[in-house]
Structure formats: C-alpha cells, structure tokens
Design a binder for this molecule. Structure first.
Ligand code: ZN
Length: 61
C-alpha cells in the first residue's frame, strides 16, 4: 500500500487491519482510516474539522 500523499510505502500489514483502524504514514504523518478491507480502502483523516465552510470544491493549486 502506497501513501497517496507522499508515495512512500505505508508500513502496515493488510491482513492485520480492520475497518475503523487508523494508520499513520511514517513519512508525512498523514492519518488514514481503514474504511474497507476487501479491497483495502483508506480514507484520509482530516484534522482541521473546524474549517467546515465550503470554500468551493474546485480549488486550483
Ligand atoms: Zn505519506
């Protein structure tokens, strides 16, 4: 499994995680919640919950 943020290998065993588990990327510190295991699916955990205003969904970088 590759971290979508920094493309480093995420260090966890796919056979040993369950839905709801949270793993952390060693490289960039991004947290991912396991939302499904078959197939494995991760959801990035956003920390800035306070910013719930919708500022437009098509932000350009
Ligand atoms: Zn990462």
């Amino acid at each position: 499994m590759i971290c979508p943020e920094c493309e480093s290998a995420l260090d966890f065993d796919e056979d040993e995680v369950e839905e709801g588990d949270v793993i952390v990327c060693d490289e960039c510190g991004t947290e991912y919640e396991i939302v499904a295991t078959d197939p494995l699916e991760l959801s990035k955990v956003e920390e800035d919950y306070e910013d719930e205003e919708e500022l437009g969904e098509e932000e350009e970088e």
